[in-house]
Design a protein around this ligand. Structure first.
Ligand code: DC
Length: 230
């Protein structure tokens, strides 16, 4: 008999490796994977490219009017990895830059942006069989998800991981201190914003991966998935 399909919500702090583990899990169990952070990053990129952000101030009226013209899609590349497109253009690399990272929390704090993203995310997950990662998936997008995981790790461990990633991508100027400041500042904005702040759902399983290997983490997830779907 085919196993019943469930909804898997992965929430948690930035740079905890949520996306990597969500992708690996989705691939292993044959589920679709949606990176909701990529959606907020793409809206941020659109704002930067269209001069809708000045310092920390967003031209909210113009952004609200432009939202229907911002089409975000995901497409698998040749290696089967999901990549993000903005109005048909591949923006996967650009949305991971510090330019976008330093402004994304401001955009993700806007209620009208969140409502639009949540509506799209709920439509994508209508048929279950999905792994979705973000900040509000288990609390707002899919409060009835059968499997909810809240991922956390020490801020310094997270900063070092993001720093290594940036160096690996050829960024030789951003310092570890700057990355740590960005991680800490994003934690602060994500947890204290008025609209859907990051918080652990009451029924979420907590995964602290500060001192876990990828293999240990993957096994942890698979054990819980198997338990919940047997
Ligand atoms: O997961 P990430 O670092 O790519 O997320 C980018 C930003 O978007 C982060 O500051 C929090 C925000 N975000 C959110 O508010 N809600 C989500 N569901 C996903 C991300």
């Amino acid at each position: 008999m085919e196993k019943k399909k469930i909804t898997i919500a992965l929430d948690g702090y930035s740079s905890t490796g949520k996306s990597t583990m969500a992708k690996a899990l989705a691939k292993k169990i044959g589920y679709a994977y949606i990176d909701t952070g990529a959606m907020y990053r793409t809206v941020t990129l659109y704002c930067l490219d269209n001069n809708l952000i000045d310092g920390d101030t967003v031209n909210e009226a113009a952004l609200e009017a432009a939202l229907p013209e911002i089409h975000i899609t995901f497409k698998a590349n040749d290696e089967g990895r999901s990549e993000t497109y903005l109005n048909g253009v591949n923006v996967e690399q650009e949305i991971r830059s510090m330019r976008v990272s330093s402004k994304v929390s401001i955009i993700a704090a806007l209620g009208f942006v969140r409502r639009d993203m949540v509506r799209q995310q709920q439509a994508m997950g209508r048929d279950k069989g999905i792994v979705m990662d973000g900040r509000d998936i288990g609390t707002v997008v899919f409060p009835d998800a059968e499997m909810k995981v809240f991922v956390t790790a020490d801020p310094m461990v997270r900063a070092q991981r993001r720093f290594d990633e940036l160096r690996g991508k050829g960024d030789t100027t951003t310092t570890l201190e700057e990355v740590l400041a960005n991680v800490t500042e994003r934690d602060r904005i994500d947890t204290t914003r008025a609209e859907s702040p990051l918080r652990q759902a009451d029924d979420a399983l907590v995964l602290d991966n500060s001192h876990m290997t990828i293999a240990e983490q993957d096994k942890w997830l698979m054990d819980h998935f198997n338990r919940l779907t047997q």
